[in-house]
Design a binder for this molecule. Structure first.
Ligand SMILES: *Cc1c(COP(=O)(O)O)cnc(C)c1O
Length: 457
């Protein structure tokens, strides 16, 4: 029997919530390439993004010089609703794996919406409010980002319209209910309310939607509505920046535990929670003080980091966004419907893509069944049912812990539990019923999807 009382929590005081976010870009040996205007192929300036994003978010996106960016007092106050989050030594999991490794996780599932996404939703809504914006648009896949921005919009009295990928809208009704409970308007995407949506529905009436399409619709609405901005929950530099509160807190908590991680692991969709846990620790590697390994865990069915190409690509299906330098599977890539574990986005953020190129971090791809096995093992050992996304990080952690068992190494592993899975039980149902299978993208599919990208790099 597992002794639950052995799992140990490390807690910080409210006053220890970080006062500044950490911007890794000034410390990078090679800076990420700039975003480009798709028409002229010229680098963009922050002002070019003002029509789309709040001005402060646009400036943070382009900030290559300030290592620390102050967290506004009002944002810090709202963080106090659930932050600081616990760091937990996962003794139950260690015992179950019979590993000498010490396993820690940062529990971001304790936020009101059950994931790390609120860390960026609050500042993004705050900056919109501060400049007098009244409406926000966004997209959501499984619904976590939509739920987080719905709550953040409510906090600042902003009206939010969420384009939700159609297949999730019909298969995951509870996340829609959550967004509507907070007062957001939720539209299944593709919809008839935008040019991008109408075009796709006309060409393919049964299309079940993708994140890329939903982004196109949200961007189009924001650009054609006065006093309206768009907000994105991952991929971009300013989103990764906001998420560094995770790693900055974890750093202090590891000190309380009198340990330092040899390996830091995060699951990977577009990079926000991975960046959040990893970058504050990576700054010590970049300063030559530490030699921690960083591992991003992505699904085998959407393997942009392990098998994508480094190229300028659009962030969305229709090609409305600036060109972003990314490891990408191509902006028209859509993972197979058999894939139930989230992390379905086609590309990685510019910073992580550059760090991958420079071998300052690595990535693993996790087959679907391995991720759900890891999730159920973790649930039994630690009592928390993880988000299917987070399960990829748990699977990568288990791989590392079992390697340590083989070699007898005493290594310290830290992973980010990006969210809980209590609203994802349909995915667990499918797993428990044996309805899920492994699915790997073929080389031909990757080649076909990336063949049409313009060769700018
Ligand atoms: C959105 C989400 C992810 C993936 O997004 P990243 O930007 O890569 O972090 C992972 N886990 C949870 C719980 C999420 O909601």
């Amino acid at each position: 029997m597992v002794n639950y009382s052995n799992s140990k929590k490390f807690l910080l005081q409210e006053k220890e919530i970080p006062t500044a976010w950490y911007n890794i870009i000034p410390s990078m040996p090679v800076k990420p390439r700039p975003m480009l205007n798709p028409a002229t192929k010229q680098p963009l300036a922050a002002e070019d993004l003002f029509p789309l994003f709040s001005e402060e978010a646009a400036k943070q996106e382009m900030n290559f010089t300030d290592s620390w960016i102050e967290i506004p007092e009002q944002v810090r106050d709202l963080y106090k609703i659930w932050r600081p989050t616990p760091l937990v030594r996962a003794r139950g999991l260690e015992k179950m794996l019979d590993t000498p490794a010490h396993i820690y996780f940062k529990n971001e599932s304790v936020s009101p919406v059950g994931s790390h996404k609120l860390n960026s939703a609050i500042p993004q809504a705050y900056y919109c409010k501060k400049q007098g914006v009244t409406n926000i648009t966004t997209e959501t896949g499984a619904g976590q980002w939509g739920a987080a921005l719905s709550l953040a919009s409510r906090m600042f009295g902003l009206d939010l319209a969420v384009y939700m990928v159609k297949i999730s809208y019909t298969q995951k009704p509870y996340r829609r209910s959550i967004m509507e409970t907070y007062g957001a308007e939720v539209v299944p995407s593709p919809s008839m309310s935008t040019k991008a949506g109408r075009k796709i529905i006309t060409e393919n009436p049964n299309y079940q939607g993708s994140l890329g399409t939903a982004i196109s619709e949200a961007v189009e609405l924001a650009m054609s509505t006065p006093n309206c901005k768009y907000a994105l929950g991952s991929v971009l530099n300013h989103v990764a920046l906001h998420q560094t509160v995770i790693g900055l807190e974890a750093e202090k908590q590891m000190e309380m535990a009198e340990e330092y991680p040899d390996v830091v692991i995060g699951c990977f969709g577009g990079g926000s929670n991975f960046s959040g846990i990893a970058f504050p620790f990576m700054r010590h590697n970049l300063a030559g003080e530490k030699n921690t390994r960083f591992i991003a865990a992505e699904p085998s069915s959407c393997p942009k980091l392990t098998r994508g190409v480094m190229q300028y690509d659009f962030g969305d299906e229709a090609g409305y966004t600036p060109l972003i330098p990314m490891l990408t599977l191509g902006h028209t890539f859509a993972p197979a419907n058999i894939h139930a574990g989230g992390l379905r986005y086609h590309g990685a953020g510019a910073v992580v893509s550059q760090l991958m190129q420079d071998k300052l971090m690595s990535a693993v791809d996790i087959p679907q069944l391995e991720s759900f096995e890891a999730a159920t093992l973790f649930a039994k050992a630690e009592g928390i049912i993880p988000a299917p996304e987070s399960a990829h990080a748990i699977a990568a952690t288990i791989r590392e812990a079992l390697k340590a068992k083989e070699s007898g190494e005493n290594k310290v592993i830290l992973f980010n539990l990006s969210g809980h899975g209590l609203i994802d039980m349909t995915a667990y149902d499918r797993y428990l019923a044996g309805d899920l299978a492994n699915y790997e993208v073929t080389d031909e599919q990757v080649a076909a999807n990336t063949a049409n990208l313009e060769k700018i790099i």
